[in-house]
Write a protein that binds this ligand. Structure first.
Ligand SMILES: Nc1nc2c(ncn2[C@@H]2O[C@H](COP(=O)(O)OP(=O)(O)OP(=O)(O)O)[C@@H](O)[C@H]2O)c(=O)[nH]1
Ligand SMILES: [Mg+2]
Length: 261
């Protein structure tokens, strides 16, 4: 059996009601039987409740990323992850992490780099409010129009990816737009797929600010278009990198400044 590592990255902000249920739903035995060692990384935005100790009680490693936002937490988690495969999901027990083995199998068998899990299927739709469903439809339709990416749930917070994908991309979102940014990059440049999942009712308070985050995510879709190509890490030889390092770092700083939402 190989010693591959599978990392589950969970961003949290005051999720004491949901974090243990989320971690306990991870099917550890099946993951082990598939040949993976499990690493659970909780990236906490300085919660003021007992999220961190609750996560540690369940065996998670906790990283604190003070008040930097959802997107920044995921970027930190992806960088810190040791896994060859990384799965991201919320700490509120809404996503079907218990189905991880099915999703991992799809990622591997189909030779994909990225798989996102849709919450929008016929049954169990009461877990998502009408306003969120409508906002999601508008954002997914805008993604289709602007990027020709035809997925049902552009805002899903559950996705799986391979190490090679993580090491090939630059992500810039600090906030909720991270979930659409990563899908745009994946579906534009890498073998990717969307699978139907489930969506359970949330435990604890939502952190998403419906109108502010919805509008900000819509603006991101428009602004990101001209920067999309910069999402790929250029593989150049070391001399050229040394020569161009200064201008590249300026470009990256401009890029992040222009895109900061
Ligand atoms: N570290 C960190 N985590 C955050 C931050 N904001 C939100 N989160 C976590 O990111 C995940 C997504 O936030 P949610 O409030 O669930 O957003 P959502 O899933 O779009 O909304 P719901 O459908 O109501 O759950 C949750 O696990 C939050 O606790 C933040 O600023 N920092
Ligand atoms: Mg959530």
């Amino acid at each position: 059996m190989s010693s591959n590592i599978l990392t589950v990255v969970i961003p949290t902000l005051n999720e004491e009601k949901g974090i243990q249920a989320t971690i306990r739903k991870i099917p550890k035995k099946e993951i082990f039987e598939m040949g993976y060692e499990l690493e659970v990384l909780v990236v906490d935005g300085n919660s003021t409740d007992s999220t961190r100790s609750a996560a540690e009680e369940c065996g998670a490693k906790v990283i604190v990323e003070k008040n930097q936002g959802y997107g920044r937490a995921i970027r930190t988690g992806m960088t810190a992850a040791s896994g060859e495969i990384v799965i991201v999901c919320d700490g509120d027990a809404t996503y079907p992490i218990e189905l991880a083995p099915v999703f991992i199998k799809h990622l591997i068998d189909k030779n994909l780099d990225f798989v996102t899990i849709s919450r929008l299927h016929a049954d169990k739709m009461d877990s998502m409010s009408l306003i969120h469903r409508t906002g999601n439809k508008i954002l997914s339709a805008s993604m289709k129009l602007l990027y020709s990416i035809n997925i049902k749930d552009s805002q899903s917070g559950m996705f799986l990816m391979k190490r090679g994908f993580i090491d090939s991309i630059n992500l810039i979102s600090d906030h909720m737009s991270l979930s659409e940014e990563i899908k745009i990059i994946a579906f534009s440049f890498f073998p990717s797929d969307e699978l139907d999942g489930k969506y359970y009712s949330r435990l604890g308070e939502a952190k998403l600010r419906t109108f502010r985050d919805g509008l900000s995510n819509l603006m991101f879709l428009f602004k990101f278009k001209k920067f999309l190509k910069r999402s790929l890490i250029q593989k150049r030889n070391s001399t050229r990198i040394a020569n161009s390092q200064l201008s590249a770092s300026h470009k990256q700083a401009d890029y992040e400044m222009n895109m900061s939402l």
